[in-house]
Design a protein around this ligand. Structure first.
Ligand code: SAM
Length: 316
């Protein structure tokens, strides 16, 4: 892992190490330290298990799975349990499954937004990307995968606890495949960048900001973005989008797109027809002091509205 919290000392100093010799985890058998998706062969319900340890076991609603029964197996192996009717097929987790299931230091960017950000930034292999904040390292992994093993992600977070959690998640994903691509830095992105990179501007092919107040950091990060390249901000509320666009007026940035992504999952399966009971939550609204207006679609959940993705182009 780049940076065992020797943060800025290592910024831009270490050569890329292409760990192309690392075998893709999902092409091998399960090993200690891997994660596994156990899919119930009858119900298709999936369970995220791991990291695998020789002496550990997982209780899946009474069906006990010793990790040692998974270690050494190939993907798609059938894992049996103490309950004769409960059998599971073992799979390596996809990146989507991984980021949704690892422990959370903070709310991660969900797959639908992460993959859209990769697209909006126009990412391709070998690029160099700046990210803030690191958070759970969810988006970091999507960025790392897009720029590849010869690319570079510099990710900044003010909270050491978040940065450490993200390092762990990157380190554990696919046996550390992207550990050399991601460089972790501790500190507020604008300050840390300008104090370490005073002489070097226009080095990033893309910048992405997912933090509470991106507007304050914009003037300090923009010099490091290559001209005509893109910066994306992740903003849950429309009021934040409007604040951002106000700030952009005095910066060498042009608004390109504001997107609200939605994944509509369809249920497609053979079925026995059942009646569904819709549950209605009635919430009593108390009187509150209003500090700011929340202004976003109401269906705030993983597949509905999460945030607006605002894409800006540098036009110096
Ligand atoms: C919602 S989380 C980011 C989640 C992340 N995108 C992911 O996918 O896991 C927001 C992060 O921004 C960090 N943050 C807030 N202000 C910051 C700043 N000025 N510079 C760097 N990071 C900052 C917070 O500590 C927090 O970890």
């Amino acid at each position: 892992m780049n940076c065992a919290f020797g943060w800025c000392r290592r910024i831009f100093s270490s050569p890329h190490s292409l760990n192309s010799s690392i075998q893709r985890a999902y092409q091998s058998t399960f090993q200690a330290g891997d994660f596994c998706i156990l899919r119930n062969v009858k119900s298709n319900k999936k369970y995220f298990v791991g990291p695998l340890e020789a002496d550990a076991k997982r209780d899946l609603r009474g069906a006990i799975v010793p990790h040692s029964d998974i270690i050494g197996q190939s993907p798609r192996a059938i894992v049996r349990t103490n309950i004769a009717t409960a059998a599971y097929m073992a799979h390596f987790p996809t990146l989507d499954e991984y980021v949704l299931n690892v422990p959370r230091a903070c709310t991660p960017i969900y797959p639908k937004d992460a993959s859209t950000i990769v697209e909006l930034l126009d990412l391709e292999p070998d690029q160099r990307i700046l990210e803030a904040g690191t958070g759970n390292g969810s988006l970091t992994l999507y960025l790392a995968r897009a720029v590849g093993l010869a690319g570079r992600i510099d990710t900044f977070d003010v909270r050491e606890q978040h940065s450490r959690a993200a390092q762990k998640h990157v380190e554990r994903f696919r046996r550390g495949r992207y550990r050399d691509t991601v460089h972790f830095h501790l500190g507020s992105v604008g300050e840390t960048l300008s104090s370490t990179l005073r002489e070097r501007e226009e080095i990033y092919d893309g910048i992405v900001l997912d933090m509470p107040e991106p507007v304050e950091e914009l003037p300090r990060v923009i010099p490091y973005l290559k001209n005509d390249r893109f910066l994306v901000c992740y903003l849950p509320n429309m009021t934040q989008v409007l604040d951002l666009l106000d700030a952009v007026q005095s910066l060498p940035l042009a608004m390109e797109t504001c997107i609200d992504t939605e994944w509509k999952e369809w249920e497609v399966r053979p079925t026995v027809i059942r009646k569904r009971q819709a549950e209605q939550d009635t919430e009593m609204q108390g009187t509150k002091n209003i500090g700011a207006w929340v202004c976003r679609p109401k269906n705030f959940e993983v597949r509905g509205h999460t945030a607006f993705l605002v894409k800006l182009r540098k036009c110096a």
